[in-house]
Design a protein around this ligand. Structure first.
Ligand code: RIB
Length: 335
């Protein structure tokens, strides 16, 4: 059994409530007593029991980050930003992978609620139906959605400007003279993806010259990128450029090109989305849309902590972070 608050009280010669107030900077403890109690606590190597404290305060000093799959390095960077911001405020961060499975997602949420987490960040989670949104709102736990927007719902959201990102990718390919472009992407119900697609299509449709644009949907991962690229090459041989909805899909596209003996960018130009660290390391380095991943994690925790404090505005906030084109060597200029 470790040192308890009772041991500190006995050794300091004061009662438990005074020790608690001295250690928590509470009221009614003079400076001399506070310093004495702190010195005793340090000497005895006392560690407060947060679980016991949580039973009294109803708080656990922990936040949860629920995301689809940490194996996509995009999430690792978001998680770092979230964790650093949580730690700076003396909160722990619990990581949960939902695999875009709505059932698993809701199971995690109820287990986290039972653990009395102080807030939940839901990053790129499965689309929420009305009942699930109501269930989440009814939990009474602050929730911030990352990478998803619920259009005026009860939750705060943090997103990159995905539509502008899609437009920047399309414009870059148009400026290089591409006139047959494929966009490979994931399921339609993911708002961040449909925003990228909308920006892409709006831009190609507004082009001065006629552009042939196709959109193909599949799994939003490396394998999906590889398979969709094979379909593009088989069905649309005139396509000279592919805009992949994220960098991991672009890596899959590059793998298919390699297997078919095609060179990037000589035979096929490629643009990704995310700007993962690997994207500058692979050959050829990938042209992509940068989204501020670390800052998105930080911003989401910042909003969550404001909501968790409960003393400030509880009005849902929609924060949109800027994106930019990072031009590398995976696209060529058409003759
Ligand atoms: O759902 C994961 C994807 O959404 C990431 O690759 C990133 O593009 C994010 O916006």
């Amino acid at each position: 059994m470790g040192v308890t608050i009772k041991d500190v009280a006995r050794e300091s010669g004061v009662n438990i409530s005074t020790v608690s107030r001295a250690l928590n900077n509470g009221y009614g403890v003079n400076q001399q007593t506070r310093e004495h109690v702190l010195a005793v606590a340090v000497r005895l190597n006392y560690r407060p029991n947060r679980v016991a404290r949580g039973l009294v305060t109803g708080r656990s000093h922990s936040l949860a980050l629920l995301l689809s799959d940490i194996r996509n390095p995009f999430f690792a960077e978001v998680a770092r930003g979230a964790e650093d911001a949580a730690l700076a405020a003396d909160f722990d961060l619990i990581l949960c992978n939902s695999d875009l499975d709505a059932g698993k997602q809701m199971q995690y949420v109820s287990s986290l609620a039972e653990k009395r987490v102080d807030g939940i960040l839901m990053n790129s989670v499965a689309a929420l139906n009305r009942a699930q949104r109501e269930q989440l709102a009814g939990l009474g736990i602050p929730i911030v959605l990352l990478n998803r927007s619920v259009g005026g719902g009860p939750f705060s959201t943090v997103c990159a400007d995905n539509e502008t990102g899609g437009a920047l990718a399309a414009q870059h390919l148009l400026d290089l003279g591409h006139r047959a472009i494929a966009h490979i992407t994931g399921p339609r119900q993911h708002g961040n993806l449909s925003d990228r697609e909308r920006g892409f299509l709006r831009t190609v449709r507004a082009a001065k010259n006629r552009v042939h644009a196709v959109v193909l949907r599949g799994d939003f991962n490396f394998t999906g990128g590889a398979e969709l690229t094979a379909k593009v090459l088989d069905r649309y041989p005139k396509v000279t450029a592919i805009f992949a909805a994220n960098d991991v899909m672009a890596f899959g596209a590059a793998r298919t090109a390699l297997e078919r003996g095609l060179k990037i960018p000589d035979d096929l130009s490629l643009v990704g989305f995310d700007n993962l660290e690997f994207s500058s390391i692979i050959y050829p380095p990938l042209t992509t849309i940068h989204q501020p991943k670390y800052e998105m994690g930080q911003a989401a925790v910042e909003i969550l902590l404001r909501l968790a404090r409960g003393t400030e505005s509880q009005t849902p906030e929609e924060r949109r972070l800027g994106v930019k084109l990072i031009e590398r060597q995976s696209c060529r200029k058409m003759a």
